[in-house]
Design a protein around this ligand. Structure first.
Ligand SMILES: Nc1nc2c(ncn2[C@@H]2O[C@H](COP(=O)(O)OP(=O)(O)OP(=O)(O)O)[C@@H](O)[C@H]2O)c(=O)[nH]1
Ligand SMILES: [Mg+2]
Length: 301
């Protein structure tokens, strides 16, 4: 098992206060809708299954039928996901590790929801009438893939999606076939993210706008982890020499900038550009599969 130090312990981020007006509004609207829905799909990021919990809602959601959907599994470390699976199996909340882009286990979601409704629907069956349509609500942190999942389940581009957090700004009911309705909601964080580790992990995986922590700190953090966990992939992807991996992260980033032509007109390194390249490549899965929350070091997250 890895030690916590491997995953960036000790990084001090600036305080993260990113709670735009639409999120506060979205939270109020979500609370209003909760009564009307049968099952809540609570989406978390498979790479940060604990840091992506919205503790603001935990108590409220506990009173609802809910399924935890750990999305973007295709980007998470398989071994660590396996360990998380064993841990979540011990809780009584149904869960699935899915990938909305790579179609992993998406076909299990609706049957699981229907199974959870069997008892409630049995009264309709006994009276010989059809049960009402299944009403689902999807909630989770920004950019975790809520709208992408809706598009997959509805087999059309029913909801807008995008690579930056905060794409969905309003709730929207979307029909899935004849008897299922799914409410897409804007991603919601909590007013103040006090835990620096969790803040960095939420930023690196895309739930918080890059400008809040800054691409410079994000890329340093990422490089440090990549150098420990995926050095070969890093070397291969940027065609680095083996000795480049011994460089300090700042110097290594300069090397990557040279390889990728991230230079200003006079030939100086364009730091912003290379930082963005690194973050983009990582988020597209080109630098290997990484999980940031580890089962044995989540205390305080
Ligand atoms: N690799 C991978 N990428 C995903 C997955 N799901 C979504 N994405 C990508 O993540 C980004 C965000 O997806 P959205 O569906 O817009 O996320 P959202 O949760 O609706 O975001 P907000 O509306 O901003 O809260 C997009 O670039 C998607 O292509 C997934 O399972 N795997
Ligand atoms: Mg969305």
């Amino acid at each position: 098992m890895e030690t916590p130090e491997l995953l960036g312990k000790g990084w001090e981020t600036p305080d993260i206060n990113w709670y735009p007006g639409h999120m506060l509004k979205a939270k109020k609207e979500l609370l209003k809708q909760l009564k009307r829905v049968d099952v809540v799909l609570e989406m978390r990021d498979a790479r940060i299954p604990v840091s992506s919990v919205n503790h603001d809602f935990e108590e409220l959601l506990q009173q609802k039928k809910r399924i935890l959907l750990f999305n973007k599994s295709g980007l998470a470390d398989e071994e660590i996901t396996q360990k998380w699976t064993e841990i979540f199996r011990k809780s009584d909340i149904p869960f699935l590790f899915i990938d909305a882009i790579n179609h992993l286990d998406l076909n299990k979601i609706l049957p699981l929801c229907r199974k959870m409704m069997q008892e409630k629907w049995s009264t309709f069956r006994r009276r010989g009438i059809r049960h009402p349509s299944l009403k689902l609500l999807i909630t989770g942190i920004p950019n975790v893939g809520k709208s992408s999942l809706i598009n997959r389940l509805s087999k059309r581009k029913a909801a807008e999606t995008g690579p930056t957090p905060g794409v969905t700004k309003h709730q929207d009911w979307i029909k899935l076939g004849k008897d299922v309705e799914l409410l897409d909601t804007p991603g919601i964080l909590w007013p103040k993210i006090e835990n620096h580790e969790a803040g960095l992990r939420l930023s690196i995986t895309g739930a918080i706008k890059d400008s809040i922590v800054g691409t410079s700190m994000l890329s340093d953090y990422l490089l440090e982890i990549l150098l420990r966990k995926e050095p070969e992939q890093l070397q291969r992807h940027y065609q680095l020499a083996p000795e480049d991996l011994d460089l300090l992260p700042g110097d290594l980033l300069d090397k990557i900038a040279e390889k990728r032509g991230c230079l200003k007109s006079g030939g100086a390194i364009d730091h912003r550009r290379v930082e963005s390249v690194l973050l983009r490549d990582f988020r597209a899965g080109k630098l290997g599969r990484l999980s940031f929350d580890l089962p044995d070091e989540t205390e305080g997250l």
